[in-house]
Design a binder for this molecule. Sequence first.
Ligand SMILES: NC(=O)c1ccc[n+]([C@@H]2O[C@H](COP(=O)([O-])OP(=O)(O)OC[C@H]3O[C@@H](n4cnc5c(N)ncnc54)[C@H](OP(=O)(O)O)[C@@H]3O)[C@@H](O)[C@H]2O)c1
Length: 324
Amino acid sequence: MPLMTLRELGRTGVRISPIGLGAAQFSGGGSGTFWPALPQSQVDTIVKTALDSGITWFDTAEGYGKGRSERSLSAALSSAGQQPGDVTVSTKWTPLGRTARSIEGTIGDRIANLTPFPVDLHQIHVPYGSWSSIRTQARAMAHLVELGKIRSVGVSNFSARQMEAAHAELAQHGSPLAANQVQINLLHRKIETNGVLETARRLGITLIAYVPLRSGMLTGKLHADPTLVDKLPRQRRMLTGISHKSLHRTTPLIDELRTIAEAHRATVGQVALAWLVTYYGDTVVATSGASKPHHGEEAAGAMKITLSDEETRRLADLSTEVTR
Ligand SMILES: NC(=O)c1ccc[n+]([C@@H]2O[C@H](COP(=O)([O-])OP(=O)(O)OC[C@H]3O[C@@H](n4cnc5c(N)ncnc54)[C@H](OP(=O)(O)O)[C@@H]3O)[C@@H](O)[C@H]2O)c1
């Protein structure tokens, strides 16, 4: 079965698979992090499996283990025989407690951690916490493009208004905003009502959906074995709304995902991902997280599924019902 066609990242001319791999899981563990440490050999296998299955881009951040995820990702890409230019890599700058000057001050670390892979997309991780305005931050990012240190600029967790401000500043410098990375999944569809989807479509900005499986909830594994909920780190449960109550409330959606999955000889999580990259057309791509090799392979397999209009609408209707 052929994979879905590649999609353009904003108006950069860079083409990426509709589903990419998120590297937050490669943060190296430690206190305060969301994920347990993974041995590098396991990261190597996860990345190799994702590449072999058709994933062409990888998303990391300065904030994921203070650069550990970036280093682990580049080591895994090299170990899989990838060369600069074979894959697309995005990372993020952490604005918290810093001025825009630190964008230029820290780009050397980003480049060193990811070497030999270039920074294809550099994102402002959150719209708050910096001493500088969004326009000043955008200007500093545009300067990095001019210097040839990064290829394009993105933001994350930005509202429609904040996206417009960043886009306007960047466009003046010839590097229009390429992407906004926000939470989008069948249990979180705020982009449809908060103006983000409309703004992205109007300005030609790609929306990168993070937590596309609602941190594993949309794979159905927690519904099948609710005792797993209590084993998840508290921080992960709180930030993603995973609880016994939310499992109960979302059961009709998971049941429908399972029915559709059986018809496509796919898994529940694959149908949830396929919905995400189908329902919003080319505007949305997803960065799926993996802590085991088969996670990346399954995520990539979602790009082989063609959902009918009726299936897509049925899932949208049910998702509205269970989140009402
Ligand atoms: N920009 C931002 O502010 C922001 C915020 C959050 C995330 N992100 C990005 O988005 C990426 C994805 O987010 P995420 O990893 O939190 O969410 P996700 O993709 O919704 O969930 C990933 C988790 O789901 C489980 N999973 C995945 N595939 C599975 C499968 N086939 N079967 C069973 N379980 C499966 C695994 O949980 P277990 O590990 O427990 O098995 C995996 O770690 C991150 O890696 C990061 O790059 C960005």
